[in-house]
Design a binder for this molecule. Structure first.
Ligand code: SF4
Ligand code: SF4
Length: 435
């Protein structure tokens, strides 16, 4: 099956009105932040010692395996410990504890940078050393995708934000549109692309007008896409804008993409000399008292943010807390994890337990899948651990959009079954895994 042959006709109720027009809460200033010493599955090594004083913008850690990524302090204060606990990705990781002195002493992390005069190599070096990473969810070091930009037809800044409830990118753009311009033009230069665009959903009328005004006279077009889910996913967006599909990476379809918040972060590094220290996070759902966006230091614990938003409307045990949006986010069993750079939402929902019933063989999950898969067959084959059948079902084309679970009338966790199938295939493909 090829990718994106599904109909993708689902307009989900976005619930974005809960937070879209409210001001961003910026007063959360935790006594302690915990910086996850991890980037994806790769560990980062602290470059400060216990007892060191740090400022906002001090380099505190770096990833230094086959990729490089520096991390910077989001508060001023003292490094007091390194401890291991669970991340928002539900893995164990070391976290660097920084006691906040609430003085907000700041150090400009980078020298002023003129990306227009700089050579391509200098822009690449700047993006690398400024610690830019994918803020849309992946958290991957940004410079890596620009290392060999050959035959790029289209550079895309993704401002689609299609997940229900989430409006963090929208608010970030609203408040930082000139930084978005700087970062987008710098990344466009780096991409060596023939054309560039900012992609946004067609219903965001006011923001479309603001973007058109901002990018007037530049090579960047503003392109609108239908208000459908999962339009913001890279594969779907590339297909929508170019009609092309790809196997592993968007560059195979002549595209390079970055999230709008990543472009804004780069604009902030170029214009203000500051690295990624804070994050816009949407706190929303039907089980949080005051849904709103917050701007918090990286490393703020989820429970402090939830308290600042009035707390849960139910007891914690009757609430489903999701790191991210309800479709692609991860349900987390407690609120003790911290905000990492790639976290863009905390969705808090009433935990209504729907009794799962037998599959009706209705085919709705197959009709709906934007990747053209047969989720029901994958689920059955996964339960039987039928490697032979799974290998014929293009399981790895699943983009984990959650639509098959959303649509299932039998309340089966179909997406979870597909995820398990992916893990099963990965384990079998690992050295020594295949019998
Ligand atoms: S989560 Fe389900 S609907 Fe979405 S791509 Fe994967 S199999 Fe298809
Ligand atoms: S949507 Fe649910 S009930 Fe229908 S075929 Fe898929 S898994 Fe079965």
């Amino acid at each position: 099956m090829s990718l994106l042959t599904g109909p993708m006709r689902h307009h989900l109720d976005g619930h974005k009105d809960l937070t879209l027009t409210k001001p961003v809460l910026k007063t959360i200033d935790p006594d302690v932040v915990w910086i996850p010493l991890t980037n994806g599955n790769a560990p980062c090594k602290a470059v400060v010692n216990i007892g060191d004083e740090v400022k906002i913008g001090t380099k505190i850690a770096e990833r230094n395996d086959r990729f490089f990524l520096p991390l910077f302090s989001p508060v001023s204060g003292t490094v007091t410990a390194i401890e291991k606990f669970m991340t928002s990705g539900m893995t164990q990781a070391e976290h660097l504890r920084i006691q906040n002195d609430h003085k907000n002493t700041t150090v400009r992390a980078f020298e002023p940078f003129d990306y227009e005069k700089a050579s391509w190599e200098e822009v690449l070096d700047f993006v690398k050393n400024a610690g830019m990473l994918g803020l849309g969810g992946a958290g991957f070091p940004t410079y890596v995708k620009y290392l060999k930009p050959e035959n790029v037809d289209l550079f895309i800044v993704n401002a689609v934000e299609c997940e229900p409830y989430l409006t963090a990118d929208y608010k970030n753009i609203e408040e930082n549109i000139s930084l978005l311009k700087t970062g987008t033009l710098a990344l466009f230069k780096l991409s060596k692309a023939a054309k560039g665009c900012v992609a946004i959903k067609e219903d965001k009328v006011d923001q479309i007008a603001a973007l058109k005004e901002t990018f007037a006279g530049t090579p960047i077009e503003v392109r609108t896409v239908p208000n459908l889910y999962p339009m913001g996913w890279e594969r779907t967006l590339v297909f929508q804008l170019t009609g092309k599909r790809y196997g592993m990476l968007p560059i195979e379809a002549g595209c390079i993409l970055n999230n709008a918040s990543t472009a804004i972060a780069l604009g902030n590094a170029i214009d203000n000399g500051m690295p990624i220290t804070h994050k816009y996070v949407t706190v929303s759902g039907d089980a949080i008292k005051n849904p709103q966006n917050v701007l918090v230091p990286i490393g703020t614990k989820a429970h402090e943010i939830i308290d600042a938003c009035g707390g849960f409307v139910e007891n914690m045990e009757d609430v489903l807390l999701v790191a991210g949006g309800p479709m692609m986010g991860k349900a987390i069993p407690n609120d003790q994890f911290v905000i990492a750079p790639q976290n863009n939402g905390l969705t808090v929902l009433k935990n209504i337990k729907n009794e799962e019933v037998k599959c009706l063989r209705c085919g709705r999950c197959t009709e709906t899948c934007p990747s053209g898969l047969q989720p029901v067959r994958i689920n059955f084959a996964q339960k039987r651990m039928d490697l032979e059948e799974l290998e014929t079902l293009s399981v790895n084309d699943c983009i984990e959009c959650g639509m098959c679970t959303y649509i299932c009338p039998s309340k089966i966790e179909v997406t979870e079954g597909v995820r398990r199938a992916k893990r099963f295939l990965r384990a079998k493909a690992a050295p020594g895994g295949k019998k």
